[in-house]
Design a protein around this ligand. Structure first.
Ligand code: MRU
Length: 344
């Protein structure tokens, strides 16, 4: 996969504008925390691990911008940058995980010169970026071992290279299985309302030459019932301590259908997406996005003016519907409090 979701060029962060894909491939440049936070909020970059990586670079950029300030003013600016980035999106815990890691790095070295701090923070952001790709490849190898040659896998939303620094989580498993020589076909849910499946998953898988069929979200039950689907693999934005999984709206519906049809439901989940501080999925904050995402798309409007709209961007799948979490530490069948704690 040659697409770069984020890249560091000429001391700036460049992010592929995911709102324009697949029709237009263009990169936007970012030079401070506020603009990176806007990019996250407006979905230039999306997907839990990619949001975390972008936020880490947002902190590194802010440090670079204010490197000539005295120590006290520099630290004030940095505290503000952490706040702005933390407010960009609420559900994906990778955002807070990456910000905590950057904050720890900063406070461990707080006495250093600002120039050294800026260098240190940039190194940490680069480390988060590179580790994400390595983790995805490790998860991919574990996940590929449970996919059999000839399987058809359903996925929902985009948990691919575009949702991470590279390779992907759920799509990383599929990529790794294909690379290992297995013939895997994919059904991609369109993923209303923001169409991450139709625009992003369908694009990145077909760019890779992986046999992909696009369906609308309301077709998955039909295909499960008719025996076309052998397994479901999705990504996640936050997993609670008891194994409940938050992911893109519609995932819960897919999990219920998978249970009904005795189809395994796998969740590809780096450890940075597990939030042991939250006992169950009921405590996961669910982002509610603009009604415009439901009443139309782009410049096209199809719903009546002033209609009431709800637009929760995520839902929670209870742990009992999850066959296994695929992590970089291995596969966790029937996730539970004790099994998740044991991963750390
Ligand atoms: O609103 P989005 O596009 O950021 O939602 C993304 C998802 O729900 C993904 O499935 C999740 O972040 C896992 S990405 C590896």
């Amino acid at each position: 996969m040659t697409v770069e979701t984020l890249r560091w060029r000429n001391n700036q962060l460049e992010m592929i504008d995911q709102r324009c894909l697949p029709s237009v491939v263009q990169y936007l440049s970012y030079s401070d925390a506020q603009t990176v936070a806007d990019g996250i909020q407006k979905m230039v970059v999306r997907g839990a691990p990619a949001i975390g990586v972008a936020a880490a670079y947002g902190i590194a950029l802010e440090a670079q911008k204010y490197v000539l300030l005295n120590g006290a003013d520099f630290h004030k600016r940095m505290a503000q940058a952490f706040k702005v980035l933390a407010a960009s999106r609420p559900t994906a815990v990778n955002l807070f995980w990456a910000l905590n890691r950057m904050r720890d790095r900063l406070s461990d070295a707080a006495q250093m010169e600002t120039v050294s701090l800026a260098r240190l923070l940039l190194d940490e952001a680069h480390a988060i970026y590179h580790e994400d790709i390595e983790i995805n490849k490790t998860m991919g190898a574990f996940g590929a071992s449970i996919l059999e040659d000839g399987m058809c896998v359903l996925t929902h939303c985009n948990a691919g290279a575009l949702a991470t620094a590279g390779h992907g989580t759920a799509l990383g498993v599929i990529r790794s299985a294909v690379t290992a020589g297995k013939k895997i076909t994919v059904f991609a849910d369109e993923t209303r309302p923001f169409l991450q499946g139709a625009r992003l998953t369908a694009w990145e898988l077909s760019e890779d030459g992986i046999d992909t069929t696009l369906i609308t979200d309301n077709m998955s039950g039909h295909f499960m019932k008719s025996g076309a689907i052998d397994a479901v693999i999705v990504g996640t934005d936050r997993v609670a301590a008891n194994g409940d999984v938050a992911n893109k709206i519609g995932t819960y519906m897919v999990a219920v259908l998978a249970k009904e049809h005795d189809i395994p439901f796998y969740v590809a989940c780096p450890l940075s997406t597990i939030d042991l501080s939250i006992p169950s999925g009921d405590d996961i904050p669910i982002e509610e996005r603009s009604s415009n995402e439901v009443t139309g798309y782009g410049d096209v409007r199809w719903a009546p003016k002033n209609i009431q709209v709800r637009n929760p961007s995520f839902d929670v799948t209870p742990a009992r519907l999850v066959t296994a979490l695929i992590t970089e530490k291995g596969i966790v069948y029937s996730p539970s409090d004790n099994k998740l704690k044991a991963l750390y």
